[in-house]
Design a protein around this ligand. Structure first.
Ligand SMILES: [Zn+2]
Length: 315
């Protein structure tokens, strides 16, 4: 039998409790966060991310799990750290930490999520995790609404950067290396190494090279790591890369399934009509005179259908 490290064990335990934490959040929200209206762009996402930390802690205590969730006092990219219970914590040396958690929220009705997973690969530690909460306004009655978490994702971040960074390169993007910084930095001192630049050579993050700023008005492009946008493929090489990584990388596969489950239009765009037909046929669905969307509606009635899409041959 495989012996798990303390960190692995806690990671699995935290992950397994997240659906319950979300349920607790929903019960709380239905009672306290109920409101008339329920608009987008309300800042509700940030409130839900914070609430998750509190609910999770409550639950960890209730279940007697040997860890606790801490909120970062500084402005690191991470929102939370999972600590050994009661341990001394030093955020600089990471002493006391088991792993860090970056929390993001997505409103299901927003055209494009504002949330980005844009932390650089080099800034991540092996057990650092990404948490995503998908939520929508749920009507309690004709007048009142509350923010309901409808789905969640929790996995290690590094495997996901493989998918994100490969597709960025497939779109013609690049990453700054020590010898080619647009600011002409001394290679030994360049703080921009690893910063993403888009196909036009413009920086994707505010911390990228100043000489690659998109324009006077726009400080950076901000497409890199967009939670839905980062999966878009607009050429054959990108699609091949997407499929190859999905087959070989469990976290990437879980992420793609999570996005496709919550944003079915993305799934429709990802696969060609012929591929959708092939999947339909392999599931015994009659394909004659049916549109791509009609087929997808039939396909989605089969619980394991995403595996069939994952296992399509890579050309
Ligand atoms: Zn530089």
């Amino acid at each position: 039998m495989e012996i798990l490290s303390l960190t692995d064990r806690i990671f699995i335990e935290v992950k397994s409790l997240i659906p319950t934490a979300c349920e607790k959040m929903n019960n709380f929200s239905a009672e306290i966060l109920r409101t008339r209206g329920g608009r987008l762009g309300s800042g509700m996402g940030a409130l839900l991310e914070a609430l998750w930390g509190y609910m999770m802690n409550h639950l960890l205590q209730e279940k007697n799990v040997d860890c606790e969730i801490a909120w970062f006092p500084g402005n690191q990219y991470n929102d939370f750290a999972c600590l050994s219970k009661g341990s001394f914590w030093d955020e600089v040396s990471r002493s006391g930490e088991l792993f860090r958690i970056e929390a993001k929220s997505m409103n299901i009705a927003a055209d494009e999520s504002k949330a980005h997973f844009d932390v650089l690969r080099k800034d991540l530690f092996p057990n650092d995790a990404l948490l995503i909460l998908v939520w929508s306004w749920k009507a309690i009655n004709e007048c009142y609404f509350y923010p309901q978490v409808i789905d969640s994702f929790f996995e290690r971040s590094i495997p996901l950067t493989e998918l994100r960074d490969s597709l960025h390169l497939c779109r013609g993007g690049s990453f700054v290396s020590s010898s080619n910084c647009p600011d002409g930095c001394n290679p030994d001192l360049c703080p921009h190494v690893g910063e993403p630049l888009n196909a036009a050579g413009k920086r994707e993050r505010i911390t990228g090279p100043e000489n690659s700023r998109p324009s006077q008005k726009v400080a950076y492009a901000a497409n890199f790591g967009g939670l839905v946008r980062m999966l878009k493929t607009d050429n054959a090489i990108a699609r091949t890369q997407f499929r190859t990584i999905r087959k070989g990388n469990r976290v990437a596969d879980a992420y793609i399934s999570f996005i496709h489950r919550n944003f079915p239009e993305e799934e429709k765009n990802q696969f060609t009509t012929q591929e959708v037909k092939n999947v339909a046929m392999s599931l015994g669905i009659e394909t004659r005179n049916k549109s791509k969307l009609e087929l997808l509606i039939q396909i989605r009635k089969n619980p394991g259908y995403m595996q069939v899409f994952r296992d399509l041959p890579v050309d």
